[in-house]
Write a protein that binds this ligand. Structure first.
Ligand SMILES: NC(=O)c1ccc[n+]([C@@H]2O[C@H](COP(=O)([O-])OP(=O)(O)OC[C@H]3O[C@@H](n4cnc5c(N)ncnc54)[C@H](O)[C@@H]3O)[C@@H](O)[C@H]2O)c1
Length: 433
């Protein structure tokens, strides 16, 4: 099939590349000229494990192209995917200006039947708004489909190539057939393509992310209890996770959820609920708990130093909002950095992939280390904010020798409490005593 993907960020680039991988001819469109130039020259613009190899292969095979000019590909495209940003507006609701802007543009250049598929996370009713925006200028036949994306950064290629499920919201039989054919190679193991109406599909994405965020905040509150009651959250997690109804995944406490999706999607669903006169009480609590948890480690640090952080110097391992990505949007590490710097501390940080992005955002407010061990030089303490694999089993002898004081604040529970005490560390983690 001939496919256009509009918006070539984390979702668009993975989507376009993975559709090309099964033989489709794909053009990815973006308004960012520099990005398009780089991608056209075979330079990948995001870090995502496994992506570069298939990106290069599909460019070489002539199945994957990049352009800034949507009008140059519209006629040949059967399906157009929108993978555009939906950032929070001033009131917390999803800002649809990118989606509706492109819909308006499409209406002006479409000449025949197309299926426009929305992959961005959007409030219920957006498919109708996109349809109306196109129909202002184009009076022929077309369909607007909702197809929310569930990929996780860090394992996005696997998630796309072998999805647990594909959700498609459409009532058009033509669109249903096209989407069914397009996704067939990705669900050969029998995972479902679930067809539904557009509104249910749009809500499914928000419900999924909000449920996962709820699970995280719930466990963070259990961890808070553990700290006060002398229990161990790792034990409690294993104790409850072996119940199938609860499940083992997503039960890890930490320093709050971040990233480009959970915070904005929880906020947007609260706002959508308010708009229809429903007070989504659980979700409001989920947000509050997360705001507290993001600074929980800072509170522990403040209490250890009795509020005297001026002149203290910290090593920080991890900047990305989670491992295996360079994405720093809403990363808990940034909240920690801002809080500690405002109290007069200095920081030297290391992250395997995210340092350039952080430098782009906060410049020289912190120092960037060449390696996780260089970050430790002269450090009064080590703070761990992201659970990259290489932080899990460090060279402890080197750690012991390089750090100035044997103090660790671990927001990701990477090490065993007892072992760290035996090594002579003051070791604080989450929900363990
Ligand atoms: N990142 C994720 O893990 C993830 C997962 C599932 C769903 N989503 C959703 O997918 C959507 C996209 O997210 P993302 O993380 O890929 O965003 P992103 O910011 O990484 O990428 C968006 C891209 O769209 C481009 N763009 C903006 N306006 C444009 C226009 N008029 N024409 C062409 N391109 C334009 C931007 O330049 C950018 O490259 C959001 O709604 C998000 O909530 C994201």
């Amino acid at each position: 099939m001939k496919i256009t993907v509009v918006g070539t960020g984390y979702v668009g680039l993975v989507t376009g590349t993975c559709f090309a991988e099964t033989g489709n001819k794909v053009t990815c469109v973006d308004i960012d000229k520099t990005k398009v130039e780089k991608l056209s020259a075979g330079q990948i613009t995001i870090f995502e494990p496994g992506l570069e190899k298939i990106f290069l292969r599909n460019i070489k095979e002539g199945r994957l192209h990049f352009t800034t000019a949507i009008e140059s590909v519209i006629d040949e495209s059967e399906i157009l995917f929108l993978a555009l940003p939906t950032p929070p507006g001033a009131d917390g609701s999803a800002d649809l200006k990118y989606i509706l802007g492109v819909a308006d543009q499409l209406g002006k250049i479409m000449k025949g039947y197309k299926v426009i598929v929305n992959k961005s996370t959007v409030p219920v009713g957006t498919a109708d708004k996109v349809r109306a925006a196109i129909a202002k200028n184009y009076h022929g036949d077309f369909d607007v489909v909702s197809n929310p994306e569930f990929l996780r950064e860090g394992v996005a290629v696997d998630d796309f190539m072998k999805p647990d499920r594909v959700v498609v919201g459409t009532r058009s039989e033509t669109a249903k057939k096209l989407m069914s054919d397009l996704y067939a190679p990705y669900v050969r193991q029998g995972n479902p393509v679930i067809f539904m109406d557009e509104r249910s599909s749009e809500l499914t994405k928000y419900a999924a992310n909000s449920f996962l965020a709820t699970k995280i905040s719930f466990m963070n509150e259990v961890a808070q209890l553990c700290e006060r009651m002398g229990a161990d959250v790792d034990m409690v997690r294993r104790g409850i996770g072996s119940d199938d109804r609860i499940g083992k995944r997503f039960l890890f406490p930490g320093i709050g959820y971040g990233g480009s999706c959970f915070p904005k999607d929880v906020q947007a669903l609260i706002k959508s609920s308010d708009e229809v006169g429903y007070d989504f009480k659980i979700l409001k609590a989920v947000e509050k708990v997360n705001a507290i948890q993001k600074l929980h480690l800072v509170e522990k640090i403040k209490s250890y130093y009795k509020g005297e952080l001026k002149g203290k110097h910290f090593a920080l391992w991890g900047l990305a909002f989670k491992p295996n990505t360079d994405d720093i949007r809403e990363a808990p590490a940034l909240s920690i950095i801002y809080a500690l710097i405002s109290l007069g501390a200095t920081i030297k940080a290391y992250d395997p992939e995210a340092m350039a992005n952080v430098q782009g955002q906060i410049g020289d407010k912190i120092v960037y280390a060449e390696s996780q061990y260089h970050a430790l030089e002269n450090a009064d303490a080590l703070i761990i904010a992201t659970e990259w694999s290489e932080f899990r089993t460090p060279d402890f002898e080197r750690l012991d020798q390089t750090i100035k004081h044997k103090v660790i604040f671990d927001g990701r529970n990477l090490f065993e409490v007892e072992k760290m005490r035996e090594r002579g560390y003051y070791y604080e983690s989450i929900g363990r005593n």
